[in-house]
Ligand binder design. Structure first.
Ligand code: ADP
Length: 407
């Protein structure tokens, strides 16, 4: 990979981790918005401030480094970002980036597309922190750190909410007094970068299906489903925050709001409730063992089995809801860590969809994680497409760079 081409960094800052990917913009992308920048290297630090571990690899899999650090050496996100950048820039012979694309979880009602970051945008993103308390502050820390170090460098925010921005008001409503809807208390939807990538990928691999009604199941640590028509998002299972919809690794998904009132009345304070709903619920809460699907599938514990059964049944229920929004569906796509890699979980979910929707998996294709895992006789084709949220951010960042005369 020549580094004489422009380089874009993609930053995904989470609560205890920072991931940075380096993309190289090929010559033909200077004029063509559809040319995907090429991944050159990836680095990430996990366990910031606790047990920091830096892993960096070139895109061909060659390891650049795998190091553990004392907590005080990487106490915060600023230190983590500096360390990854230093490591990767050495690997890439110090080519400075021309732009940075950030994953930003919440864009509220304001942002329907990726946007160049300036002071006004930062202020608007700050106002959205209460809607994504575990993610948005870390996204902003990374943006501010880079702005402080290199104020002229083009930074772009790419939102998890933006792909869902055109939803019909019917699907955005919650049955609260209407003035709250007007104040922005509405269902937004998340994982939009993943869904935008899958919509694009489906157009490449199965254009006939892409133009129809498609349900995409993004099943990772966070999990949601998206209903698409002709590649556009129509509905999603997530709501105002990334807590709603399906149960997840540690998040509860949809629950009776009365349960929250009950716990508050019992004396549990808001912080404790928040940390339980985001961090101690879902697969982890039910199983009492782990949030990691692989660990639960390997376990003999009855509660691990209960957690997986509940997960599959609730996923299928949510697919049923989206099928109502779409008036049926022409394809089902599985993606993200669990969706793309677990034949077992796909089979359990699809078993709930056989009688009602005629979904029928091909056991051998499913076991191999093939691109099409349904039988020819299945009324609805089922596909497995790995997602690439970072690639989507690189694509949007290259577009905004081009619009700003940077390519
Ligand atoms: P994130 O939302 O953090 O990006 P991922 O998309 O990487 O997460 O998904 C992580 C989840 O995927 C974990 O629950 C992990 O156990 C699960 N997973 C990854 N590979 C497999 C597999 N082969 N079988 C079952 N689950 C898997």
């Amino acid at each position: 990979m020549s580094t004489s081409h422009p380089v874009i960094l993609v930053v995904n800052a989470g609560s205890s981790s920072v991931k940075v990917s380096i993309y190289v913009v090929p010559d033909d992308a200077h004029h063509n918005v559809d040319i995907q920048p090429t991944l050159a290297a990836h680095g990430q630090i996990e366990g910031i401030g606790v047990a920091p571990r830096l892993v960096a690899k070139m895109a061909d899999g060659r390891e650049v480094t795998d190091q553990r650090f004392p907590a005080e050496q990487v106490p915060d996100h600023n230190a983590a970002f500096r360390l990854i950048r230093l490591t990767l820039s050495v690997a890439l012979r110090d080519t400075p980036p021309v732009a940075i694309g950030h994953r930003v979880v919440h864009g509220g009602s304001e942002f329907a597309d990726a946007v160049r970051i300036d002071d006004e945008v930062i202020a608007k993103l700050e106002a959205l922190v209460p809607l994504a308390p575990l993610h948005q502050p870390h996204n902003l820390t990374a943006i501010r750190a880079i702005r402080g170090a290199a104020p002229e460098l083009l930074q772009v925010a790419c939102f998890d909410t933006a792909f869902h921005a055109g939803h019909d008001p019917l699907t955005q409503l919650m049955a609260l007094p209407y003035e709250y809807f007007e104040q922005g208390v509405r269902r937004y939807g998340f994982h939009g970068l993943s869904y935008a990538y899958i919509a694009r990928r489906l157009r490449q691999v199965a254009p006939d299906l892409a133009s129809g009604r498609v349900i995409v199941a993004h099943l990772g640590n966070g999990a949601s489903l998206c209903a698409m028509r002709d590649g556009k998002s129509i509905d999603s299972t997530m709501g105002l925050t990334a807590l709603d919809g399906m149960p997840m690794g540690t998040r509860c998904g949809s629950i009776d709001p009365g349960a929250v009132l009950y716990l508050a009345a019992q004396g549990m304070d808001t912080d404790a409730i928040q940390s339980m709903l985001y961090g101690q619920s879902g697969l982890k809460g039910i199983s009492g063992i782990s949030s990691d699907m692989r660990a639960l599938l390997d376990s003999d514990s009855l509660r691990a089995k209960l957690a997986v059964d509940f997960y599959a049944w609730r996923s299928a229920q949510e697919i049923g809801k989206l099928a109502v929004t779409l008036g049926g569906f022409d394809a089902l796509v599985f993606t993200a860590g669990i969706g793309a890699n677990s034949p077992d979980v796909r089979a359990r979910i699809c078993a709930h969809l056989t009688d009602l929707f005629g979904v029928s998996l091909d056991a051998a294709a499913n076991a191999e994680n093939c691109q099409r895992v349904s039988r020819d006789a299945s009324q609805v084709p089922v596909l497995v497409l790995p997602t690439d949220e970072e690639g989507m951010i690189a694509l949007s960042t290259a577009r905004i760079l081009r619009e700003n005369g940077g390519l």
